[in-house]
Write a protein that binds this ligand. Structure first.
Ligand code: ATP
Length: 482
């Protein structure tokens, strides 16, 4: 298992291109090529929000689909759910979010800029695990820690991260609601519904993908820390006697999932969260951290949360949230193991892994080495020349026939062939098919053209080209893509 001690060694591994530039380059590529745009950009933006563009949304949907197929569809023991974002505010009181979902806030007394006190202390080299706001305040004062602009800081205050809103006619206390700060709440309050409708046998899980909202004090690092993001969460209900075995199975399943989406083993660190840093009800938590260009940071978490959540909801709602084992006659409130993955942090990890620069045919290029499984397009079809109708028509025919299969195919006739290759490399298209004069000419040098009805297929990663019969294309891609 990896841990924080490995950090320094591994953080240097991705040195090509230099990490400091790499983030800027990824953000720039994401915008230039239609993956991710700044939220509300033409109005000057809205901090902590990002919009997924035409290619970004395909990539994101592919990643979510892989999670859904892998954990919900392929498994008989986990059920899907799509709960409402707005929920009864009593849910967030019972879960402790209304009183305790706080971040420690400090203000630069001169510029009025706001910061997370724990982040400032960490950046200054202090250990903050498990420290209260008061303790952080004392650390700042004792060590005369200043803001990044060199000014004095205010006292540390608790800042609740939930977005509060009002439902219906405002003004009465009853109408308060919150945009959910995590999707898990919707799962816990539907535990009984799933139990009563699906009659699952323990252990079983409920999973959902959806938006979550947190009023982060300082959103930063592109899509890493945002105010609106997506989560893929599962609550896996177990008997407490089995928690250790079940936890280990989850660690293994998550390792397999990391591999499925193309993360390299050496970039992911399984960090055991210490007793002081863990929520008081959790007996074990592992943070899966990733080697981002800005450092090793939490990608997602796996927590054994005991029966804290269901017990709290049972008490507050006055509902029995037990499980009855009809074989042993035992009744108990199930315990849970929760793998909680932030979709956007995963997308950033995938982009970081895939982004590379290399030399093909003596030319430097930027390439996104996405697997065919998640690349926005799997195949691009080109006519060699845009203004030769006969080439364009043939290329369209090839495009249509590939498009009928379940592949993501794009047609590109913009600019010269070199430009098209560069564009497809940058968006991660694994295969480019080109229709050229050989494809259509029946005769060559007075003889039958042996290359009639053949096309070239260029491989993104090697730059190598194969020439194959159009009639063989589908078989070729069935082997390479499916
Ligand atoms: P952090 O300590 O980085 O704020 P957290 O421990 O509060 O994260 P959790 O509450 O465990 O995060 O949420 C589960 C997952 O949701 C995180 O591991 C992360 O992938 C994602 N996530 C949480 N907050 C954000 C955010 N502001 N922006 C993007 N993703 C987030």
């Amino acid at each position: 298992m990896n841990d924080k001690e490995n950090k320094t060694n591994n953080e240097n591994m991705n040195s090509q291109p230099e990490n400091s530039n790499k983030m800027e380059e990824i953000i720039s590529l994401a915008k230039r090529r239609g993956f991710i745009f700044q939220g509300s950009e033409i109005y000057g933006g809205l901090a902590g929000t990002w919009d997924y563009g035409p290619l970004g949304v395909i990539l994101k949907n592919r990643v979510k689909n892989l999670w859904w197929q892998n954990f919900i569809e392929k498994r008989n023991d986990i059920y899907g759910l799509d709960a409402a974002i707005l929920m009864n505010s009593k849910i967030w009181e019972a879960s402790g979010h209304v009183s305790g979902f706080n971040d420690p806030l400090v203000e630069d007394l001169k510029t009025k800029k706001r910061y997370r006190a724990d982040h400032l202390l960490e950046d200054a080299g202090y250990e903050v695990a498990g420290k209260t706001s008061e303790e952080m305040d004392a650390l700042i004062k004792e060590n005369k820690i200043l803001s990044p602009d060199g000014n004095e800081l205010s006292q540390v205050k608790k800042f609740n991260m939930m977005f509060k809103t009002e439902i219906g006619v405002s003004g009465t206390g009853d109408s308060v609601s919150y945009l959910r700060p995590e999707t898990a709440g919707g799962i816990f309050v539907n535990y009984k519904n799933v139990l009563d409708s699906m009659h699952p046998k323990m252990p079983f899980g409920i999973g959902q993908i959806g938006k979550a909202f947190r009023n982060e004090i300082a959103p930063r690092d592109f899509i890493f820390r945002t105010r609106e993001f997506e989560q893929m969460e599962i609550e896996y209900f177990i008997h407490p006697d089995n928690w250790e075995v079940e936890f280990e199975k989850w660690v293994e399943s998550l390792r397999e999932f990391n591999n499925l989406v193309g993360l390299r083993k050496e970039d992911v660190f399984e960090v055991e969260v210490s007793d002081e840093d863990r929520a008081h009800y959790s007996k074990r938590t592992i943070d899966f951290e990733f080697n981002y260009p800005f450092g090793q940071k939490e990608l997602y978490g796996l927590a054994y949360r005991t029966n804290y959540d269901l017990s709290k909801h049972s008490e507050a709602s006055n509902q029995k949230l037990e499980y009855f084992n009809d074989q042993t006659g035992e009744r108990f409130i199930p315990h849970v193991i929760e793998p909680s993955i932030g979709v956007d942090r995963l997308i950033l990890a995938i982009l970081t892994t895939a982004y590379s620069k290399d030399n093909v045919g003596g030319e430097e290029r930027t390439v996104l080495k996405l697997s065919p499984e998640i690349a926005p397009y799997q195949i691009a079809v080109f006519p060699l020349l845009k203004n030769k109708e006969i080439l364009v028509n043939k290329a369209k025919e090839v495009f249509e026939s590939l498009n009928q299969e379940n592949w993501r195919v794009t047609f590109d006739d913009n600019g010269n062939i070199g430009k098209r290759y560069r564009r497809q490399d940058e968006i991660g298209t694994p295969f480019c098919v080109t229709v050229d004069f050989e494809t259509i000419e029946t005769e060559k040098d007075g003889e039958n053209n042996p290359l009639l009805n053949t096309v070239t297929i260029r491989n993104r990663d090697t730059g190598e080209q194969d020439r194959i019969q159009i009639s063989e294309l589908k078989n070729y891609f069935k082997e390479k893509i499916n």
